[in-house]
Design a protein around this ligand. Structure first.
Ligand code: SF4
Length: 200
């Protein structure tokens, strides 16, 4: 395990997040299954969660899972009322501040108030030096640009690999929040830091 993961984990824990590290996606799945137990699970839009196959493992085990990527738009609303909400983040600073950017604010809303607990699965590619780098990462070709291309959108970041703070109706980064501490609107916010690149 690299030192940087331990450093971020320590800083997240100091801030009140319940943090674990995992060597790879498989370990991250096992950690998430252990945290969640038999609880119901809502999942936000997340390539990281998709890549590690967590939804399939939860369903196989009998957990109720609500994920709009596989279960239709109504699942978005149900997800916000589940006992556990699972998603990733767009960036986490070395000092343990977690950044998310949404088009509709569904992940940000769930991590602020709604479900009882949240579980964030964050690959090491999301670790940045500081807040300035976090904002840069969010608007980068590798993050927003790649995500917009994946969705077939025609934003400047997707087409030219550069953000111009666009006014496109297809803009995907409308709401940004950073969590310096876990929200008091939830019982627990868990973070699983994975020693592999995951998601965008
Ligand atoms: S503001 Fe527009 S161009 Fe910039 S990252 Fe967001 S969607 Fe892309």
């Amino acid at each position: 395990m690299e030192n940087i993961l331990e450093l971020v984990s320590t800083n997240l824990s100091r801030r009140g997040f319940i943090c674990r590290t995992a060597a790879d996606g498989q370990e991250a799945v096992l950690a998430a299954l252990g945290i969640i137990g038999s609880g119901s699970v809502g999942i936000g839009g997340s390539l990281s969660v998709k890549e590690i196959g967590l939804a399939e493992e939860l369903k196989k085990r009998g957990n109720a899972v609500y994920w709009h990527w596989t279960d239709g738009a109504a699942a978005k609303e149900q997800a916000s009322r589940a006992q556990y909400y699972v998603c990733s983040a767009n960036a986490v600073t070395q000092s343990g501040i977690i950044f998310l950017t949404d088009g509709s604010g569904n992940r940000i809303s769930a991590l602020s108030y709604g479900p009882e607990n949240a579980v964030l699965i964050i690959g090491k590619n999301k670790i940045v030096a500081d807040e300035r780098e976090a904002f840069m990462r969010i608007r980068s070709a590798e993050c927003a640009g790649a995500n917009a291309r994946r969705l077939g959108l025609h934003t400047p970041c997707a087409e030219f690999g550069q953000c111009d703070d666009c006014t496109s109706p297809e803009r995907i980064c409308s709401v940004t929040a950073y969590f310096e501490r876990p929200s008091k609107g939830l019982k627990n916010t868990y973070v699983i830091l994975v020693d592999r690149p995951l998601g965008l």
